[in-house]
Design a protein around this ligand. Structure first.
Ligand SMILES: C[S@@+](CC[C@H](N)C(=O)[O-])C[C@H]1O[C@@H](n2cnc3c(N)ncnc32)[C@H](O)[C@@H]1O
Length: 192
């Protein structure tokens, strides 16, 4: 990719490594995915690292990514997994089609911060590629819109990954509870 010295391909090892400690994984706890056997829409899938943890646990995971280049890598990564589907679509359009999932998982791109440390290489590539697809939008409004659609599409809960220090969405979108990790938190909205 322009601006990067070496080609990048997401590794398969990361999620498997995470699965060993899945019981304590805050994302798994937030999604109540520890026993598998639930359907999950990973609506902002990127390279699918989070969704792959849930696939490993036996969940049926629909992966969604709107950027065609990122989606091609994602599709390659999940193509042999049972109960996994990868679609190239915008989450708002896809969720408007009327299908429902036990859990809708949202991990939209975090806004850039004034910080010298760069995120991991995979996230740097994701950011560069997805910036080409996304228009200049109000991130808070985009998140609020996504959450509202997700609440209609989720049978049990919506889980939204945020940086630990991110502000809460406005008061109408206050989560039912949060599961906190070191750097990120998971805002959980119950729908049943
Ligand atoms: C932070 S990354 C996701 C990382 C992912 N959770 C992982 O584990 O690899 C966010 C991704 O969501 C995608 N995205 C953002 N808004 C979207 C939307 N409305 N519909 C579909 N994909 C979207 C971006 O293109 C980007 O690839």
């Amino acid at each position: 990719m322009p601006g990067f010295a070496k080609p990048y391909r997401p590794a398969q090892a990361g999620p498997v490594h995470r699965q060993r400690s899945h019981a304590s994984d805050p994302m798994v706890r937030a999604c109540a995915a520890g026993r598998g056997n639930i359907s999950v829409l990973d609506a902002c899938a990127g390279f699918g690292s989070d969704g792959l943890v849930m696939s490993d646990l036996g969940c049926r995971v629909t992966y969604l990514e709107r950027d065609p280049l990122i989606w091609l890598l994602l599709r390659d990564r999940v193509k042999d997994l049972p109960g996994a589907w990868a679609h190239c679509a915008d989450a708002q359009d896809f969720m408007a089609e009327g299908d429902r999932w036990d859990v809708v998982y949202l991990d939209p791109m975090f806004p850039l911060r004034n910080k010298t440390a760069l995120p991991g290489l995979g996230m740097q590539h994701l950011r560069t590629l997805s910036e080409a697809t996304s228009e200049e939008v109000d991130m808070q409004q985009a998140l609020a819109d996504l959450l509202q659609s997700a609440r209609r599409a989720a049978i049990r809960r919506v889980v939204c990954k945020r940086r630990a220090k991110d502000p809460m969405p406005d008061s109408l979108l206050t989560p039912d509870f949060q599961v906190k990790g070191k750097m990120v938190r998971f805002d959980v909205y119950l729908t049943s």
